[in-house]
Structure formats: structure tokens, C-alpha cells
Design a protein around this ligand. Structure first.
Ligand SMILES: NC(=O)c1ccc[n+]([C@@H]2O[C@H](COP(=O)([O-])OP(=O)(O)OC[C@H]3O[C@@H](n4cnc5c(N)ncnc54)[C@H](O)[C@@H]3O)[C@@H](O)[C@H]2O)c1
Length: 400
């Protein structure tokens, strides 16, 4: 695939490194940046034949097959509109929109134009995440009851993130979009998100938006998603997920502790360590291959293969829209201090059913609550009588 990059900032460079650092058949041929110097520098750095300061020219260029949007949040919608106009496939960074309304308009545009719309939710493509998902799909941790995802760091690197109008919000929109989609995958994308309760505050920075938030997302099958996001965290970038199922547990640490630890007094240079690292002396936690740990290679492989195979990717514009709808409810709840409904005018998953709880039987008369081996080796079971509801326990002595 021949790709046009829109934007030449932080994520554009991360994506370009992922696309060009290994041998692959998908590569950039064009970059758009409003600043000619930046466009030229980006084109030179990645050896691209074309650069321009006109977004439309980049998209419409005859060599370009796919457009990769790496622009600030308030420009995603207008970029998608141009792609639809020129019938070019489009892949867009996160969050898809600033609101569900904006995301829905982008979804409608790609569907009406009959073009491909891929949502670049990289954290749903990390090797650890993909392996966890495979285990969950095989039933290895049973039914997922609770999926918690955290992204916290000391705050983003460009002015527009801190401007609520351009970004659409603070840590909730910037980081919550990752966490919500991670939990949604673990719980099941076909399960409807119903309500959100969210606490948010501006604890440290002189901005209009929130710099710290914690939220709960209730799903139709009784599962709960939890997101913890912050621009106030000190010590680097903390990306962690925890999944609790009826038959097992998964804990993932994606960034701050990946098994690579290093100490330096600072002699020999003060270079880049890892995204959002706050120090480059003392004990450090570098990341071997950041692009890989963050899921970019698997993400791009899925996107371009999906285009070739004429199938949806794992993360679509529709997913981006559902995420925005959940975040809209989070913003509302942070204001109202109430559970707020997730408003999805276009829901394509399962319709919510009355929840049926089923308990495991111990014998004809009892359900089993708990089974445990005690420190002295005895076996204990805690039971509930099916008719009376009485809770009792039975101990079988060790070696009997
Ligand atoms: N993990 C991820 O998936 C991830 C990480 C970081 C950023 N992002 C997303 O990528 C997008 C860009 O973020 P970034 O970190 O690269 O920001 P950035 O500020 O580093 O880069 C933004 C780019 O857009 C250009 N730009 C800014 N205002 C413009 C305007 N009005 N018109 C045209 N061009 C303009 C800038 O010059 C720059 O090239 C955002 O949507 C952000 O949420 C995703």
C-alpha cells in the first residue's frame, strides 16, 4: 500500500518509524504538513518522494492509496471528509472524534463513500494484548467480570492537547479512549455498554479540562469496565491492565516495567529513554522496541491486510464511535455525579437480555459457595441450602 501521512508531529513520526524501520510492502509516499519546513524535513527523514502544504493535494495525489490521519483531534473530521470526497481509504489515529456526534459523522462518511475506515487503537494490538485476547476467547479465564485499564503520565507534549476546544477534553478523551476500548475488547465488543459513573478533576494544571479521572462502565451482561487516566502521574508512562474472570486472571504491564532495567550516572550523554520518561539518569526503565510494545506493527499489518482482503480490521471506525459514546457519558457523569446512560443511536451488537445467574451445585440440596484447602491440609467447603438459604460449612480432615 502507498500511504499519505497527514501531520508531521509526534505520532506521525512514531507511525513512520513503524512503517519504515522494518522491510515491508506498505510505505509512505507523501506527507502533508501546514508548515513547509516540517513537511520537507519529514519527507527527507523518511525518504518520501512527495510533500505538500495542501491537505487536499496529499489525499488526491494519484500515487496515494491510503490516508493516515495523524492530526490533532479537531482536524480528524475534516480530513475524513476529504478522504470520502476523493474515495481514498482512511486510517485514523485515536480518539476518532471529540464527541460521538463527530465520530458518527466520520463513520457515516466512510460508509457512504464505500471506503475503508480503520481506527488506529494501537493498544488493542500489543503482543501481550493479542495473546491475552486469544486466551480469553478460548475461555481460559471464564466469563470476564471486571476489566481495568490504566494509562497515566505527566501530560502530553503539544499545546493543542491542553486546549479543550481543540482536543475535546483532557485525560478522559486523550487516554480514556485507549482504556475504554481495551476493556471493551476484554468484556466483548458485542456486549452493550449501558451506563457510566465517572469522577474527574483538574488537580494540577491551569487548564479548563480534567487532568485526572476514574470511571466505571457498566455492561449489559453485568461486567464492569474501569478506566484510570491521568496527566498528573510522575515517573513516566504507566500502562497496565487487569482482567478478572470466573476462571482466571490476567495482569499486563505494557510499558514502565518490561523487564529492561538500567542505571547510569549520566556520563556519555543525556538521550531519549522512552516515551514520557521523566529522567535519563539514575535507574531507568527503557523499552526495547517501543513501536512493538505499543502495538504499531501488528496494527498496521491488520489494517493493510484487511484492505487487501476486503474485510473489516480488528478496530474499525464503528469501534471509535462506540468509544466516543462511552466517553460522552463519562464527561456527563463527571458533571452530574450520577450514572449516565451511554447513548448509542447506532448499536450493532447483541440486544441486552435479562441477566440469568446460574450457581454451581455441590449436591442435590446445596449450591457450592467456596472450596479451600486449609493450612493443616483439611479440605473445607462452604455451602448454601437451595431451599432454606442456610449457609453451612463441611470440613474433611486431611488423609481421611
Ligand atoms: N498512541 C497513540 O495512538 C497516539 C499517541 C499520540 C498522539 N496520538 C494522536 O495523534 C494525533 C496527533 O497527535 P500528536 O501527538 O502527533 O500531536 P503533535 O502536536 O505532535 O503533532 C500534530 C501535527 O499536526 C499539525 N497541526 C497542528 N495544528 C494544525 C492545524 N491547525 N492544521 C494543520 N496541521 C496542524 C502539527 O504541525 C503536527 O504536524 C492526535 O489525535 C492524538 O490523539 C495518538
Amino acid at each position: 500500500m502507498k500511504i499519505a501521512m497527514l501531520g508531521s508531529g509526534f505520532i506521525a513520526r512514531f507511525y513512520a518509524e513503524s512503517l519504515h524501520s522494518q522491510r515491508r510492502k506498505d510505505y509512505l509516499v507523501m506527507v502533508y504538513s501546514r508548515n513547509e519546513k516540517n513537511a520537507k524535513r519529514f519527507a527527507e527523514d523518511y525518504n518520501l518522494p512527495h510533500y505538500t502544504t495542501s491537505m487536499e493535494e496529499a489525499i488526491a495525489h494519484p500515487d496515494v492509496e491510503v490516508v493516515l490521519i495523524s492530526l490533532p483531534n479537531h482536524l480528524h473530521e475534516s480530513a475524513v471528509r476529504e478522504c470520502a470526497k476523493h474515495k481514498k481509504h482512511v486510517i485514523c489515529t485515536k480518539p476518532l472524534g471529540r464527541t460521538a456526534e463527530e465520530a458518527k459523522s466520520m463513520l457515516d462518511m466512510v460508509e457512504e463513500a464505500g471506503i475503508f475506515g480503520g481506527y488506529l487503537e494501537d493498544l488493542c494490538y500489543t503482543p501481550k494484548f493479542l495473546k491475552s485476547m486469544a486466551s480469553i476467547k478460548r475461555g481460559e479465564i471464564g466469563k470476564v467480570l471486571w476489566a481495568k485499564s490504566r494509562e497515566t503520565h505527566p501530560g502530553p507534549h503539544s499545546d493543542w492537547f491542553w486546549d479543550k476546544e481543540k482536543s475535546g477534553g483532557g485525560a478522559i478523551i486523550d487516554l480514556g479512549c485507549h482504556c475504554v476500548e481495551i476493556s471493551r475488547n476484554f468484556i466483548g465488543k458485542n456486549i452493550k455498554p449501558m451506563e457510566v459513573m465517572c469522577w474527574a478533576d483538574t488537580q494540577v494544571h491551569p487548564i479548563e479540562a480534567e487532568d485526572h479521572a476514574i470511571g466505571l462502565v457498566k455492561y449489559a451482561n453485568g461486567a464492569i469496565g474501569q478506566f484510570e487516566v491521568s496527566w498528573t502521574f510522575r515517573g513516566g508512562m504507566d500502562l497496565r491492565d487487569e482482567v478478572m474472570g470466573t476462571e482466571g486472571t490476567i495482569w499486563i504491564n505494557s510499558f514502565l516495567r518490561t523487564g529492561f532495567e538500567m542505571f547510569t550516572t549520566g556520563k556519555g550523554g543525556e538521550g531519549y529513554v522512552a516515551e514520557k520518561a521523566e529522567s535519563n539518569t539514575g535507574w531507568l526503565f527503557p523499552v526495547g522496541d517501543e513501536a512493538h510494545e505499543l502495538g504499531y506493527p501488528h496494527m498496521f499489518t491488520d489494517m493493510f491486510t484487511a484492505i487487501e482482503e476486503n474485510r473489516p480490521p480488528l478496530e474499525t471506525f464503528y469501534d471509535g464511535y462506540v468509544v466516543n459514546a462511552i466517553l460522552d457519558a463519562a464527561f456527563k457523569s463527571a458533571e452530574s455525579k450520577l450514572w449516565e446512560p451511554v447513548i448509542l443511536e447506532d448499536w450493532r451488537g447483541d440486544e441486552p437480555l435479562q441477566q440469568q445467574k446460574s450457581w454451581n451445585s455441590y449436591d442435590e440440596d446445596h449450591y457450592i459457595i467456596k472450596k479451600e484447602v486449609l493450612p493443616n491440609g483439611d479440605n473445607k467447603v462452604i455451602l448454601k441450602h437451595k431451599k432454606t438459604g442456610a449457609v453451612t460449612q463441611k470440613v474433611t480432615q486431611a488423609n481421611k
